[in-house]
Ligand binder design. Structure first.
Ligand code: 6AU
Length: 387
């Protein structure tokens, strides 16, 4: 840890004024408002458990960390799916979503993985992280992708696609059997397509014959209605869960900015981790080169060393001894390489800003109560660090 870097004794509210990244500024203010420097690592296995946990623990945390790829039943619908529902809970309780994707690949591939594909991580995750073993250009590639993504959102365009087998009155209705909604970047239009297929049919007495040249009768078997409408993106809100009516928004702070942020995986908590000091230094260099995109680090200690550094640090491998035991006592690892330290050590001695806690909270008998215990301990360690 850089000994006594000014950021170690600066309140989060002060650091909010000088951080370069808009989302970091926002996060520091949120931490100050909620008196929380706790991130929940929501490593559960179903979308239902994820949403329920986020709702229950939301009041205690400032960041909710996901591994979307370990969740079964993840609904990819950008408007009504799991990402959109998480975003609604984030607005309600006041936390940011951090998808722990640990991107590592050539620049072009990570751009596509970040912004496209099934999960469209950039749409719902305020923050993601990257391992820069592939080289620093990867960070530039992700920064460019995020900037382009932000540019393309002058408007939110809602496209409703309705598909169904019509009855005759339906030809003039917007009605349909099933509906899907998708946000796309296109001009506002309204189209209706009648999919006409031909199938041999028997004529009822008195029925008009409208057979085609092949002697087959045309019949309308499905109708697709595409309706697109612009919504100005004055609000930084991207995903709106329209089906949930009026949403509650966490009081005392505006919604987060649209800027997306990256954390560099600079050090790991696992035993025998192969990340060398040179690798960690390269992370710090890359962060300084992309201050408008890199918020900070996932690391085991504060890496701020240059006078102007004001990066945010999040640290996993955090657990408290069970209630009733010495709160600064040793905590054993998980037997699979994970090593644990207490919030007091990570925040107070190592200088991290946010502790990331998974099983310590999730596996507790009462996760919301345990989350409060972690929040109080981590915040106490921060206050003690300020002196
Ligand atoms: O508290 P745990 O041990 O149940 O969960 C820790 C969480 C897991 C890991 O994938 C993640 O933190 N993690 C990371 C991250 C956040 O990138 C880095 C690391 O060095 N160690 C670590 O455990 O979701």
């Amino acid at each position: 840890m850089a000994s006594r870097h000014p950021t170690l004794t600066q309140p989060f509210a002060e650091r909010a004024k000088t951080a370069t990244h808009p989302l970091t500024r926002y996060l520091f203010r949120l931490m100050d408002l909620k008196a929380s420097n706790l991130c929940l690592s929501a490593d559960v296995t179903t979308a239902r458990d994820l949403l329920s946990l986020a709702d229950k623990v939301g009041p205690s945390i400032v960041v909710l960390k996901t591994h979307y790829d370990l969740i079964s039943g993840w609904d990819y619908n950008p408007q009504t799916g799991t990402g959109a529902k998480l975003a609604a809970l984030a607005r309600k309780h006041g936390f940011l979503i951090f998808e722990d994707r640990k991107f590592v690949d050539i620049g072009k591939t990570v751009q596509m993985q970040y912004t496209a594909g099934t999960a469209r991580i950039i749409d719902w995750a305020h923050i993601t992280n990257a391992n820069i073993d592939a080289g620093k250009d990867m960070v530039r590639a992700m920064a460019e992708a995020a900037a382009k993504w932000k540019e393309r959102i002058p408007y939110e365009v809602r496209t409703s696609v309705t598909v169904g087998t019509p009855v005759s009155e339906q030809f003039d209705d917007e009605d349909a059997d099933s509906a899907a909604a998708e946000r796309v970047q296109v001009n506002p239009t309204q189209q209706r397509r009648l999919d006409v297929t031909s199938a041999p049919q028997r004529l009822e007495p008195g029925e008009q014959d409208n057979r085609d040249a092949d002697g087959r009768k045309g019949s309308i078997v499905s109708i697709t209605t595409v309706t697109q409408s612009f919504e100005p993106a004055d609000s930084p809100r991207l995903t709106k869960t329209h089906d949930q009516g009026e949403e509650t928004v966490f009081p005392g702070i505006e919604e987060p900015p649209l800027d997306r942020g990256l954390l560099l995986l600079a050090q790991m908590s696992s035993k025998g981790c192969l990340m060398t000091p040179d690798y960690t230094r390269a992370c710090v260099e890359a962060a300084r080169e992309h201050r408008d995109f890199v918020m900070g680090f996932v690391a085991q200690e504060s890496l701020n060393s240059a006078p102007e550094d004001n990066f945010i640090h999040m640290t996993p491998g955090c657990k408290l001894p069970p209630p009733g035991e010495d709160e600064n006592g040793e905590v054993p690892g998980d037997g699979l390489g994970q090593q644990y330290n207490t919030p007091a050590k990570l925040v107070g001695l190592c200088g991290t800003d946010i502790v990331i806690v998974g099983r310590g909270i999730i596996q507790a008998a009462d996760p919301p109560i345990e989350a409060e215990r972690y929040r109080r301990r981590a915040w106490k360690a921060y206050l003690a660090r300020l002196g």
